[in-house]
Design a protein around this ligand. Sequence first.
Ligand SMILES: C[S@@+](CC[C@H](N)C(=O)[O-])C[C@H]1O[C@@H](n2cnc3c(N)ncnc32)[C@H](O)[C@@H]1O
Length: 308
Amino acid sequence: MFSYRHAFHAGNHADVLKHTALLCILQHLTAKETPLSVVDTHAGAGLYRLDGDFAQTSNESEEGVLRLFASQPAPRAAAIQTYMAALRHYNPGMADGGKLRIYPGSPVLAQHLLRAQDKLHLFELQPADMRALRGNTEQLQANSRQVQVYHEDGFAGALRLLPPPSRRGLLLCDPSYELKSDYAQVHAFIGAALKKFATGVYVVWYPIIPRPEAHELPRKLKALARQAGKSWLNASVTVKSSAKSGIQLPGEKVKRPGMAASGIFIINPPYPLKGALQSALPELSRALGQDHLAGFKLENGEASSQRP
Ligand SMILES: C[S@@+](CC[C@H](N)C(=O)[O-])C[C@H]1O[C@@H](n2cnc3c(N)ncnc32)[C@H](O)[C@@H]1O
């Protein structure tokens, strides 16, 4: 069932977009003293080696984070600089000219910004990734009660935690979409979560691939946000015209086309996020773009008090 392993994809262009936005949101949310709960429904292993066998099978980081670090002129947008600074933190050798070898996933990046009063809840189903996640977060965390790792379905488990005690929370929903049913599950999950915790900040990553369910997901999320009267942002980055070559990863039955674009949909985005993405997206698409179809999109909807 679980052929997807994020280690094959760590640091790809989708991770760059998702993690740049995630850190930017967390920076704003942690500016207020009130405790924050972060829930990662699909956490992955937490830390990845870019020079390990997994990452080197597909070399996706070369089209992602490594390309970003090599880009000239270096990106200036604050959100990208925060992201790059976080990666340097986990790669101290870079200060002496060393390479980026370790890629921190969403659990570790979140942990990087959280304060003593905050909580991090991590869900992961794949047994080996879950064990790695436990090890990686235990190694990094200062306060053992701050981070909880659950070996269970993130869609079901996360709903149990809503609303968080302080009524301040960020929820990242980042499935692999390995199963076609993931698209419908994300939609149902966000609908149910908004009912339990209407003021939460929701971040959903989605692939932009030629599949009807993938096209429809952002449209359906917009409808959910509108129905709930909530503001939203939808940001995407395209790095190349289309899948130029495919790769078959160990354990996977089908050849996986190289993904050309992906997006993030955010409900209840913190106010400064739109401006931060307006500065960051052109630079991301310039740094990561491979051909004339590279580009970005940013659309948004305002909150309204009217419900249909
Ligand atoms: C795209 S990866 C997560 C990457 C991670 N959020 C990051 O940004 O570093 C998706 C992960 O979800 C896990 N997974 C798949 N189905 C799941 C489920 N129902 N609940 C929790 N985790 C699941 C997979 O094993 C995989 O590790």
